[in-house]
Design a protein around this ligand. Structure first.
Ligand code: NAD
Ligand code: DAU
Length: 356
């Protein structure tokens, strides 16, 4: 038995692959990992799997229908878990083309390859097959203060090129189920954090900048609210949806943990003050308010009652335990940080922060 994971060398995908193979309930199943290794893909996230025959890495693009067809025919996975995407909102503002290419056209190509494969299956194999699409809460748009959290029935109101491209992919997945009967599942999750998070996103950027004594760039007033979830909890939610989710349904996944950005940044500073005090004084001295993100969504919040009610899933980590584990991970993995900050990383920092 095997599953095909796309984007399994990225932040959430690599955590998912590692957790899948470590879990006795799933670890007997091979993971075929298809990843294009963009700037966000990093095989060193999976270094502990070297020589492990249960992990088959394939360097390739989800848009390559012939390749995906070969992988499906050769490995006959019982499921596709689709993480591969361009995932950073700021990059989508500076260059939306790659987002349309991978998130929309790539998902379309993957759905077509999956449909061709699934249509030719028979009996048990056909009945068991699943296409699990990993999506985001950003498709629902921005919430007013005090408005109820997003349920699965909230209208789609994407505001950034990233969220619009993810919304388009969600619609394609829905349509492939409705029209062709492809057995799909979709998850819409809130902001993740944890190990292997690329330091272009808020939490890892604040940790690595603080340790380097660099400014901590808070967009606008820093009162934008996100619902933070430890990445291992997102991975366990995906495993639960894959195992027990109802075909054709969507499941919202969140941490019941709404916090304004400035509170996240000060929590990181306090943890670093405790774990790696700086001779220059408290890390909060580095907080710098900079020009806001264009079209910045003010608030996201997930109502995760459906996945709890139907599948019995709840997050295991609180923000306090998860952020402590995360800060410790970055302190213990200076080599990983140095490696991902080489190459194009500096160009990105100059492009995004140079003019703020
Ligand atoms: P990431 O940017 O860290 O990783 C994306 C991975 O996809 C990389 O390994 C990259 O090489 C690969 N990839 C990109 N284009 C590809 C292509 N055309 N073909 C094959 N592989 C390709 O992203 P992430 O943060 O791990 O997010 C994974 C998924 O989860 C995305 O679909 C994202 O929309 C969704 N999501 C992310 C979050 C979050 O907080 N990070 C929250 C909810 C949902
Ligand atoms: O909500 C789920 C989404 O969360 C995922 O779908 C995306 O893939 C993921 O990148 C994330 O999107 P955000 O835009 O919310 O994440 P980011 O880490 O980029 O920013 C979090 C908040 O912090 C947001 O309000 C912008 C702010 N921010 C971000 C950066 C990088 C800053 O204030 N300063 C920064 O330098």
């Amino acid at each position: 038995m095997s599953i095909l994971v796309t984007g399994g060398a990225g932040f959430i995908g690599s955590n998912f692959v590692l957790d899948w193979l470590a879990d006795p309930a799933t670890g007997g199943e091979t993971v075929v990992n298809l990843d294009a290794l963009t700037y966000a893909g990093n095989l060193s996230n999976l270094a502990t799997l070297q020589g492990d025959a249960r992990h088959v890495f394939v360097h390739g693009d989800i848009g390559d229908r012939a390749l995906v067809g070969q992988l499906l025919a050769g490995h006959r996975p019982r499921a596709i878990v689709h993480f591969a995407a361009e995932s950073h909102v700021d990059r989508s503002i500076l260059g939306p083309g790659a987002f349309i290419k991978t998130n929309v056209e790539g998902t379309f190509a993957l759905l077509e390859a999956a449909r061709a494969h699934w249509s030719a299956l028979e009996g048990e194999e056909r009945a068991a097959f699943r296409f699990l699409h990993v999506s985001t809460d950003e498709v629902y748009g921005s919430l007013a203060p005090g408005a109820p959290a997003f349920t699965e029935n909230h209208p789609y109101e994407p505001n950034s090129p990233y969220s619009a491209s993810k919304a388009a992919s969600d619609h394609l997945v829905r349509a492939w189920h409705h029209t062709y009967g492809l057995p799909v599942l979709t998850t819409n999750c809130s902001n993740n954090y944890g190990p292997y998070h690329f330091p272009e996103k808020l939490i890892p950027l604040m940790i690595v900048n603080a340790l380097a004594g660099k400014p901590l760039p808070v967009y606008g007033d820093g009162m934008q609210v996100r619902d933070w979830l430890y990445v291992g909890d997102h991975c366990s939610a995906i495993r639960a949806v894959l195992a027990r989710g109802r075909v054709g349904q969507t499941y919202n996944v969140g941490g019941w943990n709404e916090k304004p950005n400035i509170e996240i940044v000060t929590a990181i500073c306090s943890l670093l003050d405790e774990l790696r005090p700086s001779p220059a004084g408290p890390y909060a001295r580095l907080v710098t308010h900079v020009k806001d993100r264009p079209g910045h969504d003010r608030r996201y919040a997930i109502d995760a009652r459906k996945i709890e009610r139907e599948l019995g899933w709840r997050p295991a980590e609180t923000f306090e335990t998860g952020i402590r584990r995360t800060v410790r991970w970055y302190l213990d993995h200076a080599d990983w940080v140095a490696e991902v900050q080489s190459g194009g990383y500096r160009d990105w920092v100059a492009a995004n922060y140079g003019r703020r």
